[in-house]
Design a protein around this ligand. Structure first.
Ligand code: AKB
Length: 331
């Protein structure tokens, strides 16, 4: 049976469905800090070792997708908490993986890189000098994963995720969140004030590619994996202005201005384009969505959700059919 920590988060909520489809609804146990009335769900603070162990033993868990964690921007507001959750949570997972022979997926991030890392085609192995507590926890986490794999034979697998764009659940507390917020603003408010400069270019990925990467990596032949810290992974790189321009093609009335805040410095410390050759070679990583395909699909999916959930949509009466939306999505 599989356990997902942080299952109600941005990645978790999409991953649950994908794993249920692949392995069966009764094979996926969700967990999170908040209570839920879902059938296969346990409340779990990942820093609580005893509770973690009880759940793993009670449900005979063999694989953990450990997604619970605090992202970059929130981590700068609460650095101590960020360290506690991200490091103690991961350490608990690795210790339990050692004890119960569990297979583990853990997401690292482009946040492992810092101001002295090459920004273009950032290599798999390069300078890692993160400027945030989140980045520090990711570098430490990668080293812990590598250590547990080499020293104790723990089958832990990881990728350095770029910013992830999705419509099911909002991200929370990340620096790349502006990319998702821009879509919601385009459909709900018609104007967005972006918290990074227009020329801020970061690596990004659409959720279907992120889910595909996790499933592919976890089913790869262990002998083929040459990296046990974390694989560089990327799909699209675009600036905030390029994303706005692409959205505006479909929502001509949409406007955007830029008012950078503390998150600008975090974004400036990250690479623009990542080299993910190693992941492509070792386990066949291949993204499917480019910028225009991602924007078209994201707007389409989000427009359907916003209408269905009764959200007010600018210039759109939710009692009217979706075609009255002021967006033009060519099929
Ligand atoms: C964040 O912005 O903190 C995350 C990440 C790139 O790890 N999306």
């Amino acid at each position: 049976m599989l356990l997902i920590t942080g299952s109600q988060g941005q990645i978790g909520s999409d991953l649950v469905t994908a794993l249920q489809n692949r392995y069966g609804v009764d094979q996926v146990l969700e967990s999170g800090r908040r209570a839920s009335d879902k059938n296969l769900y346990e409340t779990l603070d990942v820093t609580n070792h005893q509770r973690f162990r009880e759940i793993i033993s009670a449900y005979k868990i063999d694989t953990i997708y450990h997604l619970a964690g605090i992202l970059s921007a929130k981590g700068e507001c609460y650095p101590e908490r960020c360290w506690q959750v991200n490091i103690h949570g991961l350490k608990n997972v690795l210790e339990l993986a050692k004890k119960y022979s569990l297979k583990v997926f853990w997401p690292s991030s482009i946040a492992v890189f810092g101001p002295h890392t090459p920004k273009q085609n950032t290599p798999q192995t390069t300078i890692e000098d993160p400027a945030t507590m989140y980045g520090i926890t990711k570098v430490t986490g990668e080293l812990l994963c590598q250590y547990y794999a080499q020293r104790f034979g723990v089958d832990v697998r990881s990728v350095r995720f770029p910013g992830i764009i999705s419509y099911q659940t909002l991200p929370g507390g990340g620096t790349t969140d502006f990319a998702v917020e821009m879509f919601y603003a385009a459909l709900q408010q018609t104007h967005y004030t972006c918290f990074v400069r227009p020329d801020t270019r970061l690596p990004m990925m659409y959720m279907p590619d992120a889910i595909g990467a996790m499933l592919k990596l976890m089913s790869a032949d262990a002998a083929a994996l040459t990296v046990r810290s974390s694989y560089n992974l990327t799909a699209i790189s675009f600036s905030a202005a390029e994303l706005f321009a692409e959205i505006q093609k479909h929502v001509p009335t949409f406007t955007c201005d830029y008012c950078p805040d503390y998150r600008q410095a975090i974004a400036d410390s990250w690479p623009s384009i990542i080299d993910d050759t190693q992941a492509r070679q070792d386990w066949g990583w291949q993204p499917t969505y480019g910028l225009s395909a991602m924007v078209k699909d994201m707007l389409h999916q989000l427009a359907m959700r916003i209408e269905g959930s009764g959200f007010p949509v600018a210039g759109f009466d939710s009692a009217q059919p979706a075609k009255s939306l002021s967006i033009q999505i060519s099929q």
